[in-house]
Ligand binder design. Structure first.
Ligand code: TLP
Length: 344
């Protein structure tokens, strides 16, 4: 990778091992269930997440939407975080295509939804109201800096939802970042959930794809939803082969991305004009703001660091994301680029 691209871990390229596995993949028609490489990936994913079955989908967005369509019917309501990806960044698909009403509760700085907020958001049985059907949790919680939600919290939220007769879907796009950061197995973070989606194409570096996991019965419904969304793929083993390498080789090393994110945060904290709390960096994301005293605009900062080969997006707060293609020397170059941009 020629640039130091910190916009997201989605920008990560497949590894040489992935490209080789893709070239050599055994394939079949996956819509007929005939692709041995897809079937192997699905079995691995289900096993790692402690679920009965799994389905290979084109993207995290497709996985989340397939889950919502499989859990809910039109006019149902789901409770989810007010800055969750499903609510903010999935083109309103659950409303547009599923007729599912969103009831948001505030995401806390640690990424959790308060249990009392969840309890209060559940509707009474009354014909004026939609039927509350689903709770969506996000782990790690992207918008608050990739905070990992611990196993105790997940268990408490899942148990509460079940007590309230809700189903639970976990948007675990980065569940392996959470697991590695917390030193637990991913399956321990989703125990009892009715479904979980995780992405192969973010920190795990695969070029395409996410996995939706759940019970056999749930996956049978999700298979139809995926088909309806145009996600029935044919010789998808070419893509699944990279996903297998992702699960075999790329999970434990996420700890390097987390260490690099800490290094980046500490470097930025030493620069006048940057407002950051390095203690909040728990996984592969770094958030910071510009101090009011800083003369340049966010857009000018983006352009100034781009001149040094550092690619970021203007946002408030700024978000920088580390991944496989970013090593400690890239971090040091990036910090130097920020220092120079803000010294000007
Ligand atoms: N997130 C992307 C952007 O869409 C914001 C990113 O750069 O972080 N759940 C979560 C928590 C996500 O962060 C994302 C992607 C998705 C779902 C959707 O995955 P894709 O992009 O594969 O549809």
């Amino acid at each position: 990778m020629d640039k130091i691209d910190l916009r997201s871990d989605t920008v990560s390229w497949p590894t040489p091992r992935m490209r080789q596995a893709m070239a050599e993949a055994e394939v079949g028609d996956d819509v007929y269930g005939d692709d041995p490489t897809v079937n192997r990936l699905q079995a691995m994913a289900a096993e790692m997440l402690g679920m009965e079955a799994a389905l290979f989908v084109a993207s995290g967005t497709m996985g989340n939407l397939s889950a919502v369509l499989s859990h809910c019917t039109r006019g149902d309501e789901m409770i989810l975080g007010d800055v969750s990806h499903v609510f903010l960044n999935e083109a309103g698909g659950s409303a547009a295509l599923g007729g599912v009403h969103a009831r948001t509760v505030p995401v806390q700085p640690d990424g959790t939804l308060r249990l009392e907020d969840i309890r209060r958001a559940v509707r009474a049985d009354n014909p004026h109201y939609p039927t509350t059907r689903l709770l969506c949790l996000e782990n790690t919680q992207n918008t608050v800096g990739g905070q990992p939600l611990g196993a105790d919290y997940m268990r408490a939220a899942i148990d509460l939802a079940h007590e309230l007769h809700l189903r639970v879907h976990v948007d675990g796009a980065r569940i392996f970042n959470a697991a590695v950061a917390l030193g637990v197995e991913a399956r321990d973070l989703v125990k009892g959930a009715d479904s979980v989606m995780f992405c192969l194409s973010k920190g795990l570096c695969a070029p395409v794809g996410s996995m939706l996991c759940g019970s056999e019965a749930f996956i049978a419904r999700a298979l139809r939803a995926r088909k309806m969304l145009g996600g029935g793929m044919r010789q998808a083993g070419v893509l699944a082969a990279a996903g297998i390498v992702a699960l075999e080789e790329m999970v434990e090393r996420l700890a390097d991305d987390h260490a690099n994110a800490c290094r980046l945060a500490e470097g930025l904290a030493a620069i006048d004009g940057i407002v950051i709390d390095p203690a909040r960096v728990r996984t592969n994301m770094v958030q910071f703001d510009l101090a009011d005293s800083v003369a340049i605009t966010p857009r000018q900062l983006v352009e100034a660091v781009a001149a040094h080969g550092v690619v970021i997006r203007a946002s408030s707060p700024f978000r920088l994301v580390t991944h496989y293609w970013i090593g400690p020397h890239h971090i040091d170059k990036a910090v130097a680029a920020f220092r120079e941009a803000l010294a000007a």
